[in-house]
Structures are given as structure tokens and as C-alpha cells.
Design a protein around this ligand. Structure first.
Ligand SMILES: O=C(O)c1cc(=O)[nH]c(=O)n1[C@@H]1O[C@H](COP(=O)(O)O)[C@@H](O)[C@H]1O
Length: 293
């Protein structure tokens, strides 16, 4: 199962998920001068970072908006980057955050689990209802695909909806909306638990809010977490480590914190890939220094 592969990669390489959110503004001038086409610029920027970090990175996440924003050529860069990562035997997350009625979701599943944009995991937004998730299950069933579903996100607006206290006919007491979502996903995920003890249905929990971290980790023992919010959004090693279990059970994403790390150095532009590697190593150390919680 794909979750077993992710678990083993984390065991070998640590928890850092590099976010290739490659905005043209983040790309050094020498690359933009060397290549004419935006697909080549984005791909070469990504490739150099991947080549420099793949021995210490278990998974890369591409937020598709950063590629869609550049039209067809942007999507060519998306496709080439995910193919390059997968051809190197490394896991990819397509951060697409989809959520729609079942017939449309079937096409999203086909678009991102097959063909040009095929990745190993995708992110989904469950707030349209659980029938928007079921069309992906047939791919998870086959074993080589997984999903990360938004549970409690990293942005300040997470509180607007996800934290609302709700009561449903199934509950005796009220609970936060994100726990209602989490409980349903946990139940759905129990069919897809790998030999590592985690399910291929994982959840996204923002590393920026730590108050509920222990409760979330304890409540969903078999759930693997994608934890964004480290670095630029303020999340620290001590926050995100609370979502891990014995050093595994989650990957921590940083995008700008890694791919724009070079901007703090005078010789950064020429050595942006080296500074990306240094940022991964520093992040790994920051998380691991919290001990195996
Ligand atoms: O699903 C996500 O990856 C995600 C969920 C969330 O709650 N917060 C969040 O920031 N993200 C994504 O994680 C990345 C964070 O980027 P940086 O803030 O630059 O590290 C972006 O690609 C976001 O779209």
C-alpha cells in the first residue's frame, strides 16, 4: 500500500515534505535568463531542488495553482516535475484540494490518479460532504493511491467554520465540526490500513495551531497527517512534532521556507538549491530535536 511506502520513506529520510510552490517571483534571474519558456524555467528550478534534496526528502508536494497560473505551459511543468519525482521512486502529493458532486469527483480522480497528472496522493476538501470523497476510494482500494483530506487547516480562517460546535443525531454531546469530519474519515479509513498501522486515507492538520494537537493525535491513532504551516506561517518544530507518533505518522510541509531560503544570502541566487537543502536539514533537525513523541 502507498501508505506503507510513505511510512518507510519517513523512517529512512525524516518528516520533511518539500512544497514545490514555484512562483516565477521565487526563481533566480539566471534561470529565467537561461531558458525562454515558462515550462522549462519552472521545471529546471524544481529539478535542481529535487536533485539536491531527494536523499533527505520522503515526499514532494506540488500545489497545482502555482502551475495553473501559468496556463498550459505551467501544467506542462507540473506534469514534468511529478514525472521526474516519480521516476526517481519518490512519492508525490498533488495538492489540488478538490471537492464536488460524485460524478465530477470521478473525473477529478481520473485526472489525478491516471494519465498526465498522475500522483500518489492528492488533497481533498470534504466540506461538500462525504459523497464527494467516495469516488476516490476505488483507487485507494487498489493499493497504490492515497488521499489527504482537509481536517483542521493552518490558516486563521480555519476558526470561521471548522471550529464550530455542532451536534448531530449520532452524538450525545456537541463537538467541533472538524472532529465530526475526522471521525467520519477515520471510519472510512479503517478499511485501508497498511502493515505500518496507518491508513491510506490521511488528513491535513495545520501545524500552526498546537492546542488541540495531542487530542487530534490521540483520537486518530491510525491516521497519517500532512502537516502544513511550518516556517512562513509560523509553525515550529515543537508545534508540528505533537502531531507525530514515535517520529512517524506525519509529514511536515514547508514551501516558501525551503524554496526561497536562498533569498537571505548574498550568494543565494547562484546556490539556491544548496540553500534549499540547508533549509531541509535545519527543519529536519528542528523537528527531530523535539524527540520521538
Ligand atoms: O493542503 C495543504 O497543503 C494546505 C493546507 C493548509 O491547511 N494550509 C496550507 O498552507 N496548505 C498548503 O501548504 C503550503 C504552505 O506553503 P508555505 O506557507 O509557503 O510553507 C501551500 O501549498 C498551501 O496551499
Amino acid at each position: 500500500m502507498i501508505i506503507d511506502k510513505l511510512f518507510k520513506e519517513v523512517e529512512k529520510k525524516g518528516n520533511v515534505c518539500v512544497g514545490l510552490d514555484s512562483h516565477l517571483e521565487y526563481i533566480p534571474d539566471h534561470i529565467k535568463e537561461k531558458y525562454q519558456d515558462v515550462d522549462e524555467i519552472l521545471f529546471q528550478f524544481n529539478k535542481n531542488i529535487i536533485d539536491r534534496t531527494m536523499d533527505i526528502v520522503p515526499v514532494y508536494k506540488l500545489q497545482i495553482a502555482f502551475y495553473e497560473a501559468y496556463g498550459i505551459k505551467g501544467l506542462v511543468a507540473y506534469k514534468r516535475t511529478i514525472e521526474y519525482i516519480r521516476n526517481n521512486g519518490i512519492i508525490t502529493i498533488g495538492d489540488i484540494k478538490r471537492g464536488d458532486i460524485a460524478s465530477t469527483a470521478e473525473m477529478y480522480a481520473k485526472a489525478h490518479f491516471e494519465g498526465d497528472f498522475q500522483v500518489d496522493f492528492i488533497t481533498l476538501n470534504p466540506y461538500m460532504g462525504f459523497d464527494s470523497i467516495t469516488p476516490y476510494l476505488k483507487y485507494i482500494d487498489k493499493g497504490d493511491k492515497g488521499i489527504f483530506v482537509l481536517l483542521r487547516t493552518s490558516n486563521p480562517g480555519a476558526k470561521d467554520i471548522q471550529y464550530l460546535e455542532i451536534s448531530s443525531s449520532e452524538d450525545t454531546q456537541s463537538k467541533k465540526l472538524y472532529y465530526h469530519v475526522g471521525d467520519k474519515l477515520y471510519e472510512m479509513g479503517s478499511k485501508y490500513i497498511g502493515s505500518c498501522g496507518y491508513s491510506s486515507i490521511g488528513a491535513v492538520v495545520g501545524g500552526t495551531h498546537r492546542d488541540e494537537a495531542e487530542e487530534i493525535r490521540g483520537r486518530y491513532k491510525n491516521m497519517f497527517f500532512l502537516i502544513p504551516g511550518y516556517g512562513h506561517q509560523g509553525g515550529k518544530g515543537e508545534d508540528v512534532a505533537l502531531y507525530l507518533s514515535d517520529g512517524n505518522g506525519g509529514v511536515v510541509n514547508s514551501s516558501r521556507g525551503i524554496i526561497t531560503a536562498y533569498k537571505s544570502y548574498e550568494d543565494g541566487e547562484e546556490n539556491y538549491d544548496k540553500y534549499a537543502r540547508d533549509a531541509v536539514l535545519a527543519m529536519k533537525e528542528d523537528i527531530e530535536s523535539e524527540g520521538r513523541v
